[in-house]
Design a binder for this molecule. Structure first.
Ligand SMILES: [Zn+2]
Ligand SMILES: [Zn+2]
Length: 78
């Protein structure tokens, strides 16, 4: 877990250590979980990885790029 400050409400929140966070390649989450769930209610659609509001409920472009980069580097290491 590491501490982050929410861009929207300035509250401190922890980023869970996830599979993605372990690689440290993923940009830090910028909003806390409660703000993110508010986004969810407003927009209905968020990126399934970073929680960014968007028009479709799927992985956003940035995360797609990030994911392919991670799998590329994993393949190189094997
Ligand atoms: Zn917040
Ligand atoms: Zn995303």
């Amino acid at each position: 877990m590491h501490k982050l400050i929410c861009l929207l409400c300035d509250s401190q929140f922890s980023q869970a250590v996830t599979w993605s966070a372990l690689f440290l390649l993923k940009p830090d989450e910028k909003v806390c979980h409660s703000c993110r769930s508010k986004f969810k209610k407003i927009t209905g659609q968020i990126c399934t990885l970073c929680g960014r509001p968007q028009s479709v409920h799927a992985v956003c472009r940035d995360c797609e790029v990030w994911k392919s980069r991670v799998s590329d580097s994993l393949l190189l290491r094997q």
